[in-house]
Structures are given as C-alpha cells and as structure tokens.
Design a binder for this molecule. Structure first.
Ligand code: 3HC
Ligand code: NAI
Length: 696
C-alpha cells in the first residue's frame, strides 16, 4: 500500500488500483484531498500493473463536497475542475465506490468517473442551494445529461439526498453493491469492466436527454413558477435554473462556462456568505461548553404527553414518526378524541400528498395511546406537559407528575413564557425538570428551544439535545426568562409595531416592510394567524387596546374570517377599513396625530430593538452565543437564511449604526426601552457579535 500525500493510499488488488481517501470527518475536497486524487490517478495510470481504478473513501461517507472552510480563501491548485479533468481523462477506467453521502462536489467527482457503484444505503445530492450556491464543478451540466433537466433541477433546487436505488433506476448508479462489501464489490465491478472491455464512459458526451429537452423549454418557466414562493428572495435557485437551461440549449463546454460565471458570482455574494455562516451555526448549537459529548444520557423508550391540544398533538407526532411510543393524557374525553382526530387527519393528508406511505398512517397511530388516566404516565421516561398556559395549572400538574412519574423520568414543560424554575420548585426533583419549547405547528417547525432551568442536571440536558436530533429538530439550549430567546425578541418587535400603529402606520404598511425584507409575514399577519384571542377573555375585556376591540367584534384572526385584516374564503388577507377606523379612533382618543413613517423607519424600529434584546439575552447568558440566536430566528420564525439571522445581520449593518439609530429614535421607542450595555460596548469598541468572544 502506497501513501498518496496525507489524505489517501493506493493499493493494488487483482490488477485494480484502489485509491482510498481518508480525510475526516467527511472527506471534503480540501487541498490535500484534491492533490491526492490527481496524484493517485496519475500514479495508477503510470503503473503497468493496473488496469482500472476504484475511488473509495474511509470513514462514514464518500466525499461530502467541496471543503466549505476553504471558501473565500485564496484558491490553491489543483482546483476541483482540474481534479475532475484528471479523472475523466484517465486512460484506465475509474469507478466511484459510494457509501454514506456523495454530496455537492463529491457527487460531481463521482459523475466524472466512468462508472459508479454504491451500497444500497448510500445517497447522493447537490445541496449547494443551502449554501447560496449552485453546483460549480460540472454538476449542472452533467446531471441533466444523465437524468434529464427536470430531475436534475429538482435535486439542485431542493438539495435533497436521493437514494442509491432511485439513482440506479435513473442510470446514475451503474451497480448496487452488497451492504458492507463495497470495496470487494467495487473491485469485482472494475474487473468486469476491464474484462468486458467496456468503454471509458464520459457523461459530458451524452446529449440525448438534453437535446430532447430543447423541445420543451417551457418546462423552465413552469419550474420557476413552482418555486416562486419558497425561493422568494434567494438568488441561487434562479441561477441553478439558468445553468440547467444552458445545459439544454448549449454545448457542454459553453454550458460549463455559464456554470462558472454563475457560480463565481454566487460565491462572492452576501447571500452565500450568510448561508455558509448558517451552515456552521447550525452545527455549533449542539456544542454546549459545560455539557461535553461524553455526558451520560437517559434512554428514552416511551414518552408521555399531557394535553392533546394544538401543541400536545403536534409534539406527539414527532415521537410517533420515529417509532417512540407515546401516551397522551387529557383532562376531557372530547378533547382527547378531537386531538387524536387531528393527528390522524394530519397523517392522512401527508399520505395523500405522498409524503408518507399509506400504511404508515396506521403504524404511526398505533404508536399513540390516548387516555384520561394520569397513572398511565407511570412508565414513561420523558413526560412533556402541554396544558393551558397558566402557572397555577402547571404547578398542580407538576406536583401530580412528581408523584406519578418514575423516579428518574424527565419532566418537561412546553410553556412559552412561564418561569420554569417556579414550575420545577413544586417537585422533589428540580434537577429532572427542563423546558422543551416546541414551535407551532410542532410536527412541522424545526426549532426546539431546550430550556435549562437553574437546577436542570447535565445528563438531562444531554438527553434532551440527543432526543431533539433523533426527532429531526434543530435544538438550541437557552436559559429561563420570559419568552426565552425567540419570543422575547418577538415581544420587542411587537412593542414597536404597536407603537407605530399609534403614529399612523397601518398594520399592512408594517407587514409589507417585513415581508419585503424576507420574513414570511409581518407581526399583524402573524397575530391573525395565531389568533388574536390567545389569552383574551370576554368577561375581562374592556376595549382598552386595539386587539381587545377587534376580539370584542369577533375579529379574532384568520379562524373567524377577520382580524387586523379581512379574509376571503381562501384566507387571503385584505387591508380592512374597519381596522383602519379602530386605529384612527384610538389615535384621536390619545390625541396623537398621524405622520408619514418611512419604510426605513419601520424596518429599523422593528429589527433593531430585536437585536438590542438579543444583546441583552447574551449579557444575561440566556443564549450561549450570538449564532444560536440566529438559528432560533431562522428555524422558528422564518428569518431569511440569506440574511444570516438577526445578530449576523446586525454585524453587517454595523453595531455603531444600530446604536446611533436607536439613540436617534429616542423616546419614540417608548419609556421602557433601554439600550443594551453589551451592544453599546461592542459598538463603541468597533466590534461585532461574530467576533465578540475572539476579541474581548
Ligand atoms: N466542508 C467542510 N466541513 C464539512 C463539510 C464540508 N463540505 N461537510 C461537513 N463538514 C463538517 C461539519 O462542519 C462538522 O464539523 P464539526 O464536527 O467541526 O462541527 C463535521 O463535518 C460533521 O458534519 P455534520 O455534523 O453535519 O455530520 P453529519 O453526520 O450530521 O452529516 C453530512 C454529514 C451529511 C455530510 C453533512 O455534514 C452535510 O450535509 N455536509 C454538507 C455537504 C455540502 O453542503 N456539500 C456541498 C458543499 S459545496 C460544494 O460542494 C460546491 C461544489 O459544487 C463546487
Ligand atoms: P390548547 O388549549 O390547544 O391545549 C391544551 C390542552 O390541555 C387542552 O386540550 C386541555 O383539555 C388540556 N388540559 C388542560 N389541563 C389538563 C390537565 N390537567 N391534564 C391533561 N390535559 C389538560 O393549548 P396549546 O396551544 O396546545 O398550548 C399548550 C401549551 O403550549 C401552553 O403552555 C402554551 O403556552 C404552549 N405553547 C403554545 C404554542 C402555540 O402556538 N399554541 C407554541 C408554543 C408553546
């Protein structure tokens, strides 16, 4: 066995050269790997002993893409295209042997090999779109030649990982290996290729599918239309479409040039820089300085849920989806039946849309057991309380849970804003109490705020984080304070949005600015969606706020057909003359006069106070790091990833600019508004949130 640089070895078996890459953690195409591939292919070609080459990887995966940590740094030769040229031009057939995930540049390298073999569990994908990029090593030109423009674009626009079996049926994978026997089967396959004198198959030379697509160019407008909503504001999806259009309408060489121009432009864009930041931020959240990976965890084999309402039902689905049995305890039979009914309907609708198999509906429902008996929670390893948001009710429930649950069971609350230390205090095991703050709809939203109370023990935190991963959530560890991270910042925005109503901006004026900024909706559309009557009681209502008046008029939001907006049958919002009149009446009662508020002011007064609140959250150590706050906002509130999250955005705007504006708005921000000392300090020192810890 011969060492090829620091990242590979070349060995010979039955006349086949096995070039094995070994560059943990994911064999990304860093400089050492690129060099090793070029050198390995050259040496194999020079050796008279060898007749074919197998390119295979050690560790958990085939090449997972270009090395993202090298982006933005000066390029080093050989670049990825040169690596691909070396493979494609090899006089001896090169076989890619794939396990794990061949992603991005890794998949593109595999597409330059003459043949591909994969184990059944392997997956391939082009996830560059999540980094604000398009495939930049020929993927936009080669994949359409193999699978057609439509499927190729689907992979590029969604970034999804496609199974080896599907890829085999589409001609991308030539052979399936036996699971666990990839090396052996790849050598056999290469031997057969040599024996049968198969040609050096180059995907670049296949034109049949791209030529055929020339008769169906309207496909591209249909694809553009279909992604309009999801891709709003993002550059990369449109660029991917343009690159594939070039694959269809131009020669391979010209298409490659188009891909290069588009890729280079994206690589230098602010969007891609932000999305690359998000990639690493999403991986940082799992790292908790005082809870190392070695912390022991508790096995969660059965989960209990209290309350089958909006949240309880959605939370239960998360566990049923991964095969963890759930006991749901309700106070009332009708609420239990309604809750289980909603879950069933959700599953049925997923099956109808082809998201799950039809027989999965029953399988998942069988994981759920509904009951009115509290005692049924006795054998659960984790119990999540999702009853009414009321401290007395929560305390009563936790005292009872403490008596019923197993001694080592975890007791979690889904409260949105109540003090978890106070809830924990009624139990004999506050170290086992934790907040698991799911976001609505809990079966869909990726975010989970894991709330660490004063006495929560490290194994409980480690277990919660591990479980979050198992159910496919992005978990962010936060501390106790009203609203935790996400809602606390939302309240700061809400305050300003309400204040601006009283200065003359209408709900739709404010919402439009935030929508145009890239958020899925503004504060008023969001309030209408959640229901204006959350926490509202008719008996206690005294027409003292705009919201109260709306509820008193039965304008309770989307569910009652009207709220801040009027809604049609399809729930499309329309500015409402009634709401406008209510706002104007409030203004005249308060004696305030209407002024014209610029879009810039609306944006700054909504976003900068959120950033200020984020800084306070950091000061108080409620969040571990600024990037955790960004992950909360991207995954819980739809902050556009191309703007990297509120704290990242703050760094781009400049902290001095933000403090300057907040000071300039002065009393308009309200009597309770205080600038965060941390924000002021960082601004004064010319620092950023991103480099806060490096520099100080
Ligand atoms: N470059 C550099 N580092 C990478 C990387 C990459 N492409 N992919 C993963 N890593 C790092 C992660 O940052 C993480 O580092 P850490 O341990 O220090 O936090 C480590 O590898 C493990 O990653 P995960 O925690 O994500 O491990 P998982 O096992 O959960 O997932 C994976 C593995 C599916 C490969 C996942 O890491 C992944 O999706 N990676 C990104 C793949 C990607 O986006 N590739 C395209 C790159 S762009 C490109 O190729 C451009 C080309 O077209 C020219
Ligand atoms: P909900 O009103 O839809 O459901 C609460 C359910 O709990 C009802 O079905 C009720 O019958 C049941 N219940 C009440 N007392 C009970 C008891 N002692 N034992 C068993 N069941 C009991 O409320 P929702 O919206 O599901 O909220 C639940 C919790 O989740 C609250 O703490 C809320 O703040 C929190 N939350 C809500 C979000 C939302 O968007 N709705 C988002 C995140 C958290």
């Amino acid at each position: 066995m011969l060492a090829i640089g620091s990242a590979a070895t070349l060995s010979i078996e039955n006349g086949i050269g096995v070039l094995t890459l070994n560059f943990p953690p994911v064999n990304a195409l860093s400089h050492a790997v690129r060099e090793a591939i070029v050198a390995g292919v050259r040496q194999a070609n020079e050796s008279a002993e060898l007749q074919a080459i197998v390119l295979i990887c050690e560790g958990k995966t085939f090449i997972a893409g270009a090395d993202i940590t090298e982006f933005g740094k000066p390029p080093r030769s050989p670049n990825l295209l040169e690596v691909e040229e070396a493979i494609e031009a090899s006089a001896k057939p090169v076989v890619a042997a794939i396990h794990g995930t061949a992603l991005g540049g890794g998949f593109e390298v595999a597409l330059c090999c003459h043949y591909r073999i994969a184990v059944p569990s392997a997956k391939c994908g082009l996830p560059e779109v999540h980094l604000g990029l398009i495939p930049g090593a020929g993927g936009t030109q080669r994949l359409p030649r193999l699978v057609g423009a439509e499927m190729a674009l689907d992979m590029m626009l969604t970034g999804k990982h496609v199974s080896a079996a599907t890829l085999q049926s589409n001609g991308v994978i030539d052979e399936l290996a036996q699971e666990g026997e990839l090396r052996r089967d790849a050598i056999d396959f290469a031997t057969r290729i040599v024996r049968e004198q198969r040609p050096l198959r180059k995907i670049r030379d296949l034109n049949e599918r791209t030529m055929a697509a020339r008769d169906n160019l309207q496909m591209f407008s249909a694809i553009r239309k279909s992604i309009e909503k999801k891709a709003r504001g993002f550059l990369a999806p449109e660029y991917a479409i343009r690159a594939v259009e070039a694959a269809v309408t131009r020669s391979f060489e010209e298409g490659m040039k188009v891909e290069r121009v588009l890729f280079d432009e994206l690589m230098l864009s602010e969007q891609s820089a932000a999305q690359r930041y998000v990639f690493f931020a999403e991986r940082q959240v799992w790292k908790i300085p005082d809870v190392p990976e070695s912390t022991p965890t508790i096995a969660i084999k059965k989960v209990g849920i209290l309350g089958a309402g909006t949240m309880g039902g959605g939370i239960a689905m998360n566990f049923a989806n991964v095969g963890i049995p759930v006991t749901i305890v309700e106070a009332k039979q009708d609420a239990l039946e309604r809750g289980l009914g909603v879950i069933r309907k959700n599953y049925e609708s997923s099956a109808k849309r082809g998201r799950i198999k039809v027989d999965e509906v029953e399988k998942r429902m069988e994981m759920l057991q509904g009951t009115l008996s509290f005692e049924a929670l006795g054998d659960c390893d984790l119990i999540i309380e999702a009853v009414f948001e009321n401290m007395d009710v929560k305390k009563e429930v936790f005292a009872k849970l403490d008596r019923t649950a197993k001694p080592d069971a975890i007791l979690a609350t889904n409260t949105s804003a109540l003090d978890i230390n106070e809830i924990a205090s009624v139990t004999q095991r506050p170290q086992h109490v934790i907040g698991l703050h799911f976001f609505s709809p809990a079966n869909v939203m990726r975010l989970l705020e894991v709330v660490r109370a004063q006495q929560t023990s490290k194994p409980i935190i480690a277990t919660a984080m591990q479980l979050a991963k198992r159910i496919g959530k992005v978990a962010v560890l936060v501390g106790v304070c009203p609203g935790f991270v996400g809602n606390r910042m939302l309240f700061a925005r809400q305050d300003q949005a309400q204040a601006m109503l009283m200065e003359g901006a209408m709900p739709w004026d404010i919402d439009k600015v935030l929508y145009d900024f890239g958020l899925p909706m503004g504060p008023f559309a969001m309030a209408d969606l959640a229901g204006l009557d959350l926490g509202w009681r008719k008996e206690a209502s005294s027409s003292s706020t705009i919201r109260e008046v709306l509820c008193e008029m039965d304008r309770r939001g989307q569910k009652s057909g009207a709220g801040y907006y009027d809604y049609d049958d399809q729930r499309n919002p329309k500015p409402s003359a009634i709401t406008q009149k209510i706002v104007e009446d409030f203004m005249s009662k308060a004696g305030t006069s209407k002024r014209s508020i610029s879009e810039a002011e609306i944006l700054e007064r909504c976003i900068y106070p959120m950033i200020n609140e984020g800084a306070k959250i950091l000061e108080e150590k409620i969040a571990i790091r600024p990037s955790d706050i960004d992950i909360v906002w991207i995954n819980g509130y739809g902050w556009p990833a191309y703007r990297g999250g509120p704290m990242y955005y703050a760094d781009k705007v400049g902290l001095q600019n933000i403090v300057g504006k907040l000071k300039a708005y002065g009393t308009k921000l309200g009597p309770k508004f205080v600038i965060s000392p941390l924000l002021e300090k960082l601004a004064a020192e010319g620092k950023t949130f991103g480099r806060m810890t490096d520099d100080s």
